[in-house]
Design a protein around this ligand. Sequence first.
Ligand SMILES: Cc1cc2nc3c(=O)[nH]c(=O)nc-3n(C[C@H](O)[C@H](O)[C@H](O)COP(=O)(O)OP(=O)(O)OC[C@H]3O[C@@H](n4cnc5c(N)ncnc54)[C@H](O)[C@@H]3O)c2cc1C
Length: 372
Amino acid sequence: MTNVISISETTDVVIIGGGVIGLAIARALALRGVRDINLFETARLGTEASFAAAGMLAPQVEADTQDDFFTLACRSRDMYPSFAEELREETGIDIELDTTGTLYLAFTDQDRKEIERRYEWQSRAGLAVELLSDADARELEPSIAPALGALRFPNDVQVENRRLLAALTNSIVKRGVITVTQTTVQSLIMEGNRLTGVQTSRGPISCNTAVVAAGTWSSFIQHSNIMVEPVRGQIVFLESMPQLARHVVFSPRCYIVPRRDGRLLAGSTNERVEFDKSVTAGGISSILQHAQEISLEISSLPVTDTWAGLRPRTPDGLPVLGPCGEIEGLFYATGHYRNGILLAPLTGELISEAIVDGVVSPLLAPFSPDRF
Ligand SMILES: Cc1cc2nc3c(=O)[nH]c(=O)nc-3n(C[C@H](O)[C@H](O)[C@H](O)COP(=O)(O)OP(=O)(O)OC[C@H]3O[C@@H](n4cnc5c(N)ncnc54)[C@H](O)[C@@H]3O)c2cc1C
């Protein structure tokens, strides 16, 4: 990771936060020809929620309605094949986009009703979804436990998010973005209602444009008026060689994500514990208990690591995307909650378009910072 010691005192665009969102925006801006970008990161690039994530690109699997968020999420998911290919060509890093698909299993009568409802609305809407019997599901994945039926979502896929972070970092450094790590943006500097710079822990820097992409810490930047709270998610890494499943497999209580290198991720929890990133006995035991409902074979796999990260959640659970109506030159791209990996390509695309062309896509309107 790059750590540039001296910072320029003036820049065109400041990006606050070096998670998947800040990195994707920096790359998209560079692709649109912005030459002078400084990205500030409190710690090291890509080490917080984006590193902790499971990498699922799965808008359909838990969706009960075709709302604005669903549209946004599907659009971003569908950008991944070209996004992955471009990153591979640019950086030589394969982000391991795995297009096997996702299974959602029903184990109780209530689960069964849920999958029937979901199948009905999604198939009526013309979305790719298959209703499977237990036998069909186990033909696809022989290691899963007997279920009361399943849904298969062929377009809900997964990516190796840690490789994605490495590829984005490599790409922006190649494109001349200045990354300033171990440096916190403390406040926004304004003249009237116009942004003129930011105050960092290494001193002030002038800029006309800044993007708040600081994940769950976005509310700590002085004069930034967005409320984002942390929601802890824990993950258990198991070793599974040969891999226990090819699909990402969900139940209403848990998911397992098979990785190419033999890691099997099981997650997760949803806990409001402020900024505590501890892995707890209760968290791990509940994940493992629910994972064994998906496959009893989980019980004999070695646990190789455990992890926790803080998902950034806004009061209405939706991301905050676009220009700030009150402060000219300020943009928000935060609050991605459970879907920041999924939403990264489209967030980069639409925020960079808003900054460079001054065009705010209608897709962003429902997620405007001015809604609060
Ligand atoms: C267990 C778990 C599983 C998940 N699974 C998935 C999944 O399968 N699919 C999916 O799409 N999403 C998933 N997510 C959600 C996803 O990880 C987040 O939505 C996403 O990572 C948010 O990205 P971000 O860049 O906004 O935040 P982060 O990755 O947290 O990055 C924010 C960065 O900003 C820095 N920062 C903060 N304040 C400042 C400041 N003032 N100055 C400078 N830098 C600052 C931080 O140090 C941090 O590096 C999961 C999350 C967790 C925890």
